[in-house]
Structure formats: structure tokens, C-alpha cells
Design a protein around this ligand. Structure first.
Ligand code: SD4
Length: 330
């Protein structure tokens, strides 16, 4: 909706927003409501990896009808969580080394409200539990048994998330690895999804089963606000995928948003965050990390340590995959 209120909000953003959009920078003082609104590419939804295409479709159903970014991000990632063929998120996610599927997820809206769950078992849609934590409690994060108990109290159904395919993969891994957790480049398929709605509001969601065959109790970056996901409605939103430990070490998604606040484009901000990951790690073997960002003007970009990271963008005209730029070849 092109309301006066939105215009005022976005003009207020102007002072903080001289930062990025080349098309708006010089005109920000005198720009008319219609011009300002026209230059912002919205609604728009972006998400990580190939499964992002399907997730984007679900988000788009909401965004294209004027729905909220918050509803859109939840609906989008739920598709991936409920897909048994995706072995890195929700149902069918590869288990930890004890054979337990433990899920991490978080969600954040345009008012800095946020909710998260970590090491949650037996619940198919952790993102919806994270949203309940955000909306129905005074807390930001619930973990383990407490998170499960909360989910059951809220009416979520207990589900066995270990599919036959994931169980077989785990059994094979046990034979070969002798129960030693391995860190490798496979299974980096977390979904992070960011949306800008018709009202110019941003939200984000991130959800994963984490690193395959991790130690029981290990939590990655994905449910941690500021690491796997961050949203600041004045500036933009960012999410991360890949080796969570490396993302946490540099407060990855928060850094990407701050870099955009200071004037960088989404791609450049992601690139700078990747450079920090590279600089802070002596051993980059198998250390894949990718960042995806969307700014307040509907501009997006991604960057990764190694080649191979891609993301999906849905605008009014198309839903397409983009190969992110990267720091190095494998
Ligand atoms: C984690 N960042 O648990 C997640 C894994 C991931 O794509 O992103 N995979 O460390």
C-alpha cells in the first residue's frame, strides 16, 4: 500500500539510507511518494540454494496478495522443512552421530521481534515453533527438551523425522567413520529466506537440521539471531549457510547488515563478510560459507567462500536461480 505513513517511514530511513541505493541517494530529500515507491523493487523474496525456488513460490502466494513478509517467510521455509527429500532441513534431515534429528530455526520481523529454537526434536516445522516463541513468550530462544515441551503445549504434533533414507545414510556413515563426527563440504543446504513486502517491511527465516553427524547437542549459526539471520528494517536483511561455527565467529548476518548500513551493496557486504571468514581461519579446508542479503530497496546479492553457492530470487516477473560470486574454487 502506498500510504503516507509508509512514505514518512521510508523518508526517515533516508538519513540512514543514503548508504546504498544508487538510484535514490541523490534524490532522497525531494523525492515524491510515487517516485520513491516506484524505485523500490517490492515485493521480493530471496532464498538459499535450489530448494529456494519452491519455497519462494509459497512466499510469493502471500506477498503477491499484499500479505506480510513475516507470513511469507514462515510459509516459504515450511515447504522445505516438510520435504522428506531434503536431507538438511526438517523432515528427512540427516541426524547427529547418535541418530537423532535435531533442528535449529529462527525468525525475525521488521520490528526486531525474533524467536528461535535449537536442538529441537520430533517437530516437523521448527520455524513455526520459533514464531510462537517470538509471539507468545517473552523469550527469544528455547532449546532441546524445553523447546519440544513448548511445541507440544502449543499443539504441534510429535513426528518421527528420521526417514528410511536418512537412517540408511547414517548407518553407512557409522560403518565408515567409526562414530567420529566429520566436518565436510556436503549437505550444506540450510534454507535462509528473506522477504520485502508491499508495505516495505522486511522479515527473514532460517531453518536447518545442521551439520550431518554432528555431536549430539551441537547448535550451529542458523537459530542464532545475528549469526544465521539478521533483519533491520531500516537497512536490510541477511542470512547465512554453510559451516555454522565460522559464521558465529564473525557474527555473520549482523555484520552483513551493518556493512549495508554503512553504504555497501548487498553483494559487496556479503563479500566483505566472506573475506572476514577467510581472514579469521588458517585452515579453509571444506570451510564453505555463503551469505545472502536483501536491502530495503529490494536489491539483493550473495557471496561465498567457495564456488557453488546459489540462491533463488522471486520478483513480479520471475523466479530464478543466481550463482553467487565466490572467493575461491574448491
Ligand atoms: C549449520 N549453517 O548448522 C548450518 C548448516 C548449513 O547449509 O547451513 N548448511 O552450521
Amino acid at each position: 500500500m502506498k500510504t503516507r505513513r509508509n512514505f514518512i517511514k521510508l523518508t526517515a530511513l533516508g538519513s540512514a539510507a543514503v548508504f546504498t541505493s544508487s538510484c535514490l541517494t541523490s534524490e532522497k530529500e525531494n523525492v515524491s511518494d510515487s517516485k520513491l515507491q516506484k524505485d523500490i523493487k517490492k515485493p521480493i523474496v530471496v532464498s538459499t540454494w535450489n530448494h529456494g525456488l519452491e519455497a519462494n513460490e509459497a512466499s510469493w502466494k502471500i506477498l503477491s496478495k499484499g500479505g506480510s513478509a513475516l507470513d511469507a517467510v514462515e510459509a516459504g521455509v515450511k515447504i522445505t522443512e516438510s520435504d522428506p527429500n531434503n536431507t538438511s532441513v526438517g523432515l528427512g534431515g540427516l541426524p547427529d552421530r547418535d541418530g537423532k534429528v535435531t533442528l535449529d530455526a529462527c525468525i525475525m520481523d521488521h520490528e526486531n521481534n525474533c524467536g528461535a529454537v535449537a536442538c529441537l526434536q520430533d517437530i516437523e516445522n521448527p520455524i513455526s515453533v520459533a514464531r510462537k516463541v517470538m509471539e507468545d513468550t517473552q523469550h527469544v530462544m528455547l532449546v532441546g527438551e524445553g523447546a519440544k515441551q513448548f511445541a507440544l503445549e502449543k499443539g504441534f504434533k510429535e513426528t518421527n523425522l528420521l526417514t528410511e533414507k536418512s537412517k540408511q545414510a547414517w548407518e553407512k556413515w557409522k560403518e565408515e567413520s567409526k562414530y567420529q563426527p566429520v566436518i565436510n563440504s556436503e549437505n550444506h543446504d540450510t534454507i535462509g529466506l528473506l522477504a520485502l513486502d508491499e508495505n516495505g517491511n522486511l522479515s527473514g527465516a532460517c531453518t536447518t537440521s545442521g551439520m550431518a553427524y554432528k555431536l549430539h547437542g551441537r547448535v550451529g549459526d542458523s537459530p542464532i539471531i545475528g549469526a544465521g539471520l539478521f533483519v533491520d528494517n531500516e537497512v536490510g536483511a541477511a542470512c547465512a549457510t554453510g559451516m555454522g561455527e565460522a559464521v558465529i565467529r564473525i557474527a555473520g548476518s549482523a555484520i552483513v547488515v551493518e556493512l549495508m548500513r554503512n553504504g555497501m551493496s548487498p553483494t559487496d557486504a556479503c563479500k566483505e563478510a566472506v573475506n572476514r571468514v577467510v581472514k579469521k581461519h588458517k585452515d579453509l579446508t571444506n570451510l564453505q560459507v555463503g551469505f545472502l542479503a536483501l536491502n530495503k530497496f529490494g536489491e539483493s546479492g550473495g557471496y561465498s567462500v567457495y564456488a557453488g553457492f546459489n540462491y533463488a530470487i522471486h520478483t513480479a516477473t520471475q523466479n530464478e536461480m543466481i550463482d553467487a560470486k565466490y572467493n575461491r574454487e574448491w
